[in-house]
Design a protein around this ligand. Sequence first.
Ligand SMILES: Nc1ncnc2c1ncn2[C@@H]1O[C@H](COP(=O)(O)OP(=O)(O)OP(=O)(O)O)[C@@H](O)[C@H]1O
Ligand SMILES: [Cu+]
Length: 690
Amino acid sequence: MDCAVEEAQIRRVLEPFGRVQRLQFDLSARTLALVAPQGDWPALTAAIAQAGFAATALSAPPSAADTARAQRTELWRLGAALGVALSAELMHLLGDHTALWQIAGMVVAALAIALSGLAVFRKGVAALLRGQLNINALMSVAVIGAFAIGQWPEAAMVMALYALAELIEAHSVERARNAIAGLLALSPLQAEVRQADGRWALQEASGVPVGATVRVKPGERLALDGRVTAGQSAVDQSPVTGESIPVDKAAGDEVFAGTINQGGGLEFEVTHAATDTVLARIIHAVEAAQGQRAPMQRFVDRFAAIYTPAVFVIALAVAVLPPLLLGWAWLDAVYKALVLLVIACPCALVISTPVTIVSGLSAAARRGILIKGGVYLEQARLLRVVALDKTGTLTEGRPQLVAHELLAGTGPEALQVARSLAGRSDHPVSRAVAAGLDAAELRVDDFGAEMGRGVRGRVAGRAYVLCNHRWLHERGQCTPALEALMQQHEQQGRTLSVLASEGEALALFAVADAVKPSSRAAVAELQALGVRTVMLTGDNAATAQAIAAQVGITEVRAQLLPEDKQRAIAELGEKGDSVAMVGDGVNDSPSLAAAAVGFSMGAAGTDIAKEAADVLVMNDDLRRVPETIRLSRRTHAVLWQNIALALGIKAVFLVLTVMGSATMWMAVFADMGASLLVVFNGLRLLRGVK
Ligand SMILES: Nc1ncnc2c1ncn2[C@@H]1O[C@H](COP(=O)(O)OP(=O)(O)OP(=O)(O)O)[C@@H](O)[C@H]1O
Ligand SMILES: [Cu+]
């Protein structure tokens, strides 16, 4: 199947089968995925065949080599058809007008048509028989008509050129798709695996179990995902994250299949099977996104569905009315009508959108931006507000204890209490406190965490809390002296925790989380794009303000609980602005889902399929967000350029035909030219975004 009109056709023949559950068309891959009971399969294939299509079951997609071979044969066949059609044309130009010569020319032309056009006829006739009009029907009628009125060389040329254009188009769309699938080919098929006896042996990557130890030499690509167990090296992660600067890896760090080990040797423990690596999941996600139809695409399909029959009616009118009313010669009028039919072919229009969207999605994925559907690629350009989470989004997300102070009268055993309480929590602030204190751990009873506030527990019979500033006030334990002390730290962007007993505050802990170097640039880029930036954080207002000032954000909403963040997203969008949320994806799911476009940062290490976000940024670089918006704007521009191109070229030829100077030759060239132009214009997106 080549276009959306044919998709509708297949949909129609499959609809009567009540037990078909899901129909998912992917025109660029020419595949249809459907869920149906196995018993129905033969009937389903028969129905598809009846519509004029040959269905091949794809339990596994055809190998790239097979496709390439099939395409080469196809190219040869069409090249031959074009050659034969040209000789028909030559015979017509050079030959005399004896009957024998005429018949010879006719036979040669028919041969060219048979070589290039059988599939077109088969599909065209099947469509006509069901009373539908599609591109193939138009071409069939035009070619048969031209033949009938004695224009056989032209009929042959039209068919050969049309088939050739189709092939080039299919090839180009494939190129856009393969821009991503090609990445998978990057991860080597074999890996060096440690055997039970300690030797190393090369093994098929697909057979290496999770938990095995694999080694990579300097300069080699990794075949699997894993966690480093020995060695130290810089790894070029650009195939996965789009980040071209190599990342240092040491024991405990995650490494990904498809990335390139640049420094020393590394040993790592396999964490995912070959089919489940981050790279494999990226490719699947992009393919699934490509299969979804963006709103613009649906619009174009609806348009084509009206446009084609309309032109058919106009062609009919041109064939019949002028001879009757204006006294044109019948043959002339019919010829013009046939030229109109060729012009009417909406191929360029229909192909323009998917090829653009697919290129846009692929271009994004190559730069480490995984967009989960064409919809989000279309919507990102409309964003007016971007809400950013603080921890892990604007900052590194690795807070460290930078200072601690015992308040007057407190003994050092308070540090043990703090360490013990903090040690029980997974919250980054608690973790930083626990890791930063060198004190013995005591037994904690009745431990509990208080959302957005801190933790509580009982040590040696006494109740303590490790609380933030907000909770300290709620407990009524903040004194002017303590307030002044805390402000000093908060103004430097530090997050404070206070250890307090029932009676009083005992000790102060200051945790700092470095701002990512790229955050400031990203915020500036967003503002340059005319997008408002707002920080949403659960942290204290003074701390949040200090961090915001460092990155250039002026609007801060602090002390938000997760549901407050979700509400903040709704509020920001109240005036009709389109709002994006950028988070680290772990505890931001509600607000990511509430936003028009949810961006999740640092997704390379997470489960891509389960992410609530619409756009996954594989590395930690916030500049990918403005980049996505720019890509979206470019995609949108190209979409409209393509629609204007496709319709404009047709309009020009429509006028030329009616004025009498267009030939069928020119019409098919215009159609082919328009199709190829929009395809190449769409593919431009692959060449990257600034
Ligand atoms: N388990 C905990 N241990 C220590 N402090 C905590 C804990 N839970 C919450 N806090 C305190 O409450 C504040 C808000 O926490 P919350 O988890 O809502 O936000 P966050 O995720 O740290 O910040 P952001 O919203 O910027 O990502 C933290 O800055 C911290 O001071
Ligand atoms: Cu205070």
